[in-house]
Design a protein around this ligand. Structure first.
Ligand code: WTA
Length: 631
């Protein structure tokens, strides 16, 4: 089942809408090797989701690692599964499917020896090393649940996640390497464990740097896997068995543990990876995201390996040793599909075309982007300069919660427009709604909802189904609210305009303004704070903090608090000290006013709308006047 023409796309989209069970059972049969094939498709619905999570393929059973490994051994055992390129361009590892299977079995049996059982949660805090994928697959083989925490998050952020999911074991490395810099991963885990203890920490040696060590708790990865066996039977689990938890930022409070289960997620990751990119036998596929985010889960590890692809794993950054690194990799590995983020492309476009043209990019066929809206200038640069006008640009809109691609062109099939994510994939039924939640028909702009369930969607928030329902299904009962704004043009193409809630997307990293506010207000002398996003040239959005604080409070203390409570990637881009925040008489901060002021920068924000409900309208004038000085 592939899509090679617009008519086939329309046929499949119609089929998935009309009879989702039949369509997705077909995909599940086509893409997944089941221990027991499912007879059931969808059970439950968005309308009844408050009562119980919906399920897909509930009577089927499988193991996720079998999809990625065992079933390829006969047909492609000697093909490279993971092509790893380290921080230094000369540091290359090629791991075949057979080798990967062996490594995963060793790790799985060794972890079982440490007491890891089906259903246990294990945290991974690693850089982009093959062992990160090996650990994910090994845990999946045991039916254990991994939660990968991006290597930029702080000790407090790790501790919060350990507590929330009840992990007893963390897998990490001595240090990470990115652009010649070392990232002290084990030291950060040690600090986290002073807050929240775990039984075991397994440490991969990557840099050889000295690390703190607690006998009885800390173990070297190489010592652990040495005790493992070359084969280890996969735990056959029901389709709805949890595969992983991924914490993600939302409008309120601390990050939520978004839960994905095994059967539906695997089928959807494999289907979308093959469909969106028009996957072909022999493709060398490179997604340069990090496994700490959903893109790394679905499109570096699970989707590509389920499809038997050679997947490139990249440890470094796009500008190391210089801005030609991606295209140097394309030339050296003959990459055919390249999948990256607009924020990196913007930086590289600014560095000049010479860095691109120096390298042979004739192997490229498809250029994907993900994570944030891609502005037309960058889209055109990607298409014209990187792709020499002969590649399909696939702008993929989706979310941690959707599990996989949702709105995007199908490479070489769907007509594209610079900046538009174009059309929904089969199974995705978008609706735009206005501020009264009325559905907008035809061209228009509103908030984006998805009306019909699909197999890859998150099932719940770990241990908090009520929060799941409240976050996604309360705006319009029975319909999934994405949190994004969106325009639909006269051709029915979708243009994502960005978040409409209190989530900010900085360089494709999703951050909650509430998390920043709680970090900033933890600093002694700070009375209150409101954080909003504002347009940023390279990062897409930046963090703008309005802070009420005593004169003794300095910028460094606020930055340090964000770094400590969230992570190294959490920076205040613009700080404005203000005498007060604009609040309604009932005490609610009117963020729309602050957003407008932040967006205007040193220009006049113009009409700020109705200010009559404010307790102290005078404060707005003061904030407006101070905005030019924000830095
Ligand atoms: C944004 C990342 C515009 C959007 C896969 C979404 C995008 C959030 C695009 C999810 C895109 C992602 N065009 N916006 N192609 N892709 N977004 O959970 O705001 O880290 O809601 O998942 O990123 O971020 P998340």
């Amino acid at each position: 089942m592939t899509i090679t023409t617009l008519a086939e796309y329309q046929r499949d989209w119609d089929a998935a809408k009309r009879d989702p069970d039949a369509f997705w059972l077909g995909v599940a049969k086509d893409r997944i090797t089941w221990a027991n094939p499912p007879g059931k498709g969808l059970e439950g619905s968005f309308a009844t989701i408050a009562d119980a999570p919906l399920t897909w393929f509930a009577d089927g059973s499988l193991n996720a690692s079998v999809q990625c490994l065992d079933r390829h051994l006969d047909t492609r055992g000697d093909q490279t599964a993971i092509l790893w390129e380290g921080d230094e361009p000369s540091d290359i590892r090629r791991i075949t499917y057979r080798e990967l299977h062996r490594e995963v079995c060793r790790a799985a049996s060794a972890l079982a020896g440490l007491g890891v059982k089906q259903g246990d949660r294990v945290i991974l805090y690693m850089g982009m090393v093959p062992e990160a994928a090996i650990a994910m697959l090994a845990l999946a083989r045991l039916g254990a649940v991994h939660s990968v925490v991006f290597g930029g998050f702080s000790a407090s952020a790790i501790a919060g996640r350990v507590r929330d999911c009840g992990a007893k074991l963390i897998i990490t490395q001595d240090a990470g390497l990115r652009g010649g810099k070392k990232i002290p991963l084990k030291a950060t885990v040690d600090e986290a464990c002073r807050e929240t203890a775990v039984d075991k920490i397994v440490v991969l040696r990557r840099t050889g740097d000295p690390v703190g060590w607690q006998e009885g708790r800390d173990l070297w990865w190489h010592d652990v896997v040495a005790t493992g066996h070359d084969t280890h039977p996969p735990a056959i689990v029901p389709a709805e068995h949890p595969l992983f938890i991924l914490y993600t930022s939302g409008s309120t409070g601390q990050p939520k543990g978004v839960l994905h289960t095994t059967g539906g997620y695997m089928a959807y990751a494999a289907y979308t990876h093959a469909t969106s990119f028009g996957l072909r036998e022999g493709d060398i596929y490179a997604c340069v995201a990090d496994v700490g985010w959903i893109t790394g889960h679905s499109y570096i590890v699970y989707g590509p390996l389920a499809n038997g692809t050679t997947t490139v794993m990249f440890e470094s950054v796009p500008t190391y040793p210089d801005a030609g690194r991606y295209w140097d990799m394309v030339e050296r590995h003959r990459i055919t599909i390249f999948y990256g983020a607009p924020t990196a492309l913007r930086v590289l476009a600014n560095a000049g075309d010479a860095f691109v043209k120096k390298y042979d990019r004739s192997s490229l066929r498809v250029l994907g982007t993900v994570g944030e809206p891609i502005n037309p200038t960058t889209w055109n640069w990607y298409h014209d300069v990187v792709g020499d006008k002969h590649c399909a640009v696939v702008d993929t809109w989706w979310q941690t919660e959707t599990g996989g691609h949702a709105i995007n062109p199908i490479a070489g099939v769907t007509p594209t427009k610079p900046g538009s994510a174009t059309k929904p994939l089969p199974g995705i039924v978008p609706a735009l709604r206005d501020s009264d939640n009325k559905v907008i028909e035809g061209p228009g702009e509103g908030r984006l909802f998805l009306e019909q369930p699909w197999p890859g969607q998150a099932r719940t928030v770990w241990n908090d189904h009520e929060r799941f329902v409240k976050t996604y299904f309360a705006e319009v009962p029975g319909v999934y609210f994405t949190g994004d704004g969106c325009r639909r043009d006269e051709d029915g193409d979708y243009w994502i305009t960005g978040r409409v809630d209190d989530v900010v997307n900085v360089s494709g990293h999703r951050m909650g303004t509430a998390e920043f506010e709680s970090a900033i207000t933890s600093v002694v002398g700070v009375t209150e704070a409101a954080v909003v996003g504002y347009p940023h040239d390279t990062k897409g959005q930046g963090i703008y903090a309005f802070v009420v604080a005593a004169p003794s409070v300095d910028r460094a203390a606020l930055d340090a608090a964000c770094r400590k409570m969230i992570g190294a990637h959490a920076r205040i881009d613009k700080l404005q000290l203000v005498p007060g925040l604009p609040k309604t008489r009932s005490g609610k901060v009117m963020r729309r006013i602050l957003r407008k002021i932040a967006e205007a920068g040193d220009k006049d924000p113009g009409d700020l709308g109705d200010l009559t409900t404010l307790a102290d309208p005078g404060v707005v004038e003061q904030i407006k006047q101070g905005a030019a000085k924000a830095s």
